[in-house]
Write a protein that binds this ligand. Structure first.
Ligand SMILES: Cc1cc2nc3c(=O)[nH]c(=O)nc-3n(C[C@H](O)[C@H](O)[C@H](O)COP(=O)(O)OP(=O)(O)OC[C@H]3O[C@@H](n4cnc5c(N)ncnc54)[C@H](O)[C@@H]3O)c2cc1C
Ligand code: SF4
Length: 447
């Protein structure tokens, strides 16, 4: 149990860890799913379909759930979004399909599209049904670099279209941030790897793990050995604060910590502060703040430089953090991190405001005591990373790999998608990027 140190593991009893990191959103049972499906109005020109980045035919799959055709429902979902199971768990549906649902108007409660999607896809995975059949072999080979949502979606669609695919990934496991980043309580019980097994089950996809682009494999070589290359390496770097004290012990990168948490066999061994400060306003900031609380941190404060409405974390996520005991302070930016004997002890902030539309400091400062500070101000693709990966020759846009409407980079045999290209950084968008690039590559390979 807690040894009184500022940063320590074992702050909770064993049962609390399993309770705190179990699923926050339980699935619907059969009866609940049928009742929920009956709320759908099967709208013509359904706005929920338009709002889904992968274009899943929502009314069609809901109708099939209602008539007991779970296989048909799952096929509707998976043929547009092969990670329909993960997206049902992690999509911010409150700002996508469910926000668009017409039921919001009459009853102020949308149809629970995410939970219904989960009901159908979970059923199919449990039955161990392989619903897809590959096209005849095309004789063409494609290299996919990065086996996260974008890479696996592209690989699956290419395999379906008859191409031979090799997926390279630097890490020991596939699934990218589904396995190493998403909050533990959104996708527990090894679901990310079960979904990978299902995706690879189509056949025609070889995997090479522990292979990093720029270290073990090189773009020039891949371009020689394969007919096309798809890059889906995500955003490997965390942005720096560039503040005095950033090097102090206890100042940590949120994504690296979450990766450690997601891979931990024993959560009680994870060292967490008693007083934790999180800097940032997105998914990562919310996730590290909530998980710090659930690991037993007593006091967790998330500080964001602007107002609640400009946080990239949705209103629903902000509310979730607050109900988990996270204090959110808006309109303040960090000015320095303070330490003693090499360990962080506090973070100093300056209140901010908008002056003529520009964010400025007010000159009024405050200090928060902290024995652990998490940086969560965003992921980046630095020039160093690109050069190390041998991608320095590709054109960039806003610090990411520039692509056209089909995902093609400035190199005519190389495509890219997901977080390493411009766009919304969401699992569902990465899946869609991979799918669209696979079709563009297919058209290219078939001349
Ligand atoms: C903490 C956190 C929480 C999030 N929570 C949510 C959420 O709840 N809902 C949501 O929709 N989105 C969430 N996101 C965003 C979502 O996870 C990403 O948008 C999505 O994973 C992007 O997929 P990707 O395939 O582009 O990249 P990634 O998932 O990052 O996958 C990239 C893959 O490339 C590999 N790779 C990297 N460099 C190399 C290299 N040099 N050589 C070979 N392989 C390499 C990596 O090992 C990895 O497997 C979250 C992100 C973070 C950081
Ligand atoms: S908008 Fe709502 S009610 Fe209409 S089809 Fe979509 S889920 Fe059903």
């Amino acid at each position: 149990m807690d040894d009184g140190m500022a940063i320590a593991g074992g702050r909770l009893a064993a049962a609390d860890y399993s309770r705190n990191f179990d699923e926050v959103k339980p699935p619907l049972d059969r009866h609940q799913a049928i009742v929920e499906a009956s709320r759908c109005l099967f709208c013509y020109d359904a706005p929920c379909l338009e709002a889904c980045p992968t274009g899943i035919d929502v009314p069609s799959f809901i109708r099939k759930i209602g008539t007991g055709n779970l296989k048909g429902a799952a096929l509707d979902i998976l043929s547009e979004n092969i990670m329909g199971g993960m997206c049902a768990r992690v999509c911010p549906t409150e700002v996508l399909c469910e926000q668009a649902c017409v039921r919001n108007e009459g009853e102020s409660q949308p149809v629970k599209i995410g939970l219904l999607q989960r009901h159908a896809t979970d059923w199919l995975l449990q039955q161990q049904i392989q619903p897809f059949t590959r096209a005849a072999p095309s004789g063409r080979k494609v290299a996919v670099v990065g086996g996260g949502p974008a890479g696996l979606s592209c690989a699956h669609r290419l395999a379906l279209l008859g191409h031979a695919v090799t997926v390279f990934d630097a890490r020991p496991k596939l699934a990218g941030l589904n396995e190493y980043g998403i909050a533990a309580y959104k996708t527990p019980h090894g679901f990310a790897q079960r979904e990978v097994d299902f995706i690879l089950g189509i056949g025609g996809i070889e995997t090479r793990l522990g292979q990093a682009l720029g270290r073990d494999i090189h773009l020039d070589r891949l371009k020689r050995d394969f007919d096309a290359v798809f890059l889906a390496i995500g955003l490997p770097d965390t942005k720096k604060l560039d503040l005095a004290g950033e090097e102090l012990d206890g100042v940590e990168d949120a994504v690296t910590y979450i990766e450690m948490l997601r891979q931990a066999q024993d959560l009680s061994r994870l060292p967490i502060g008693r007083r934790v400060v999180v800097i940032g306003g997105g998914n990562t900031a919310i996730d590290i703040a909530v998980q710090a609380r659930r690991l037993g941190a007593e006091d967790v404060t998330l500080v964001y430089r602007r107002g609640a409405e400009t946080m990239s974390a949705t209103h629903h996520e902000q509310e979730f953090a607050q109900t988990n005991g996270v204090r959110i302070r808006h309109w303040a930016r960090p000015v320095r991190l303070i330490g003693q004997n090499g360990n962080v002890t506090a973070a100093e902030f300056e209140h901010t405001e908008l002056r003529d539309g520009r964010l400025t400091g007010t000159g009024r400062n405050f200090t928060l005591p902290a024995d652990q500070v998490f940086k969560a101000i965003g992921q980046a693709m630095t020039g160093d990373v690109l050069h190390a990966a041998g991608l320095g020759g590709l054109t960039l846009r806003d610090g990411k790999i520039a692509v056209d409407g089909e995902g093609r980079t400035s190199d005519s045999n190389v495509w890219a998608g997901g977080d390493c290209t411009a766009g919304i950084d969401l699992t569902v968008q990465a899946v869609q990027d991979g799918k669209l690039a696979a079709h563009a590559i297919d058209r290219h390979l078939r001349g």
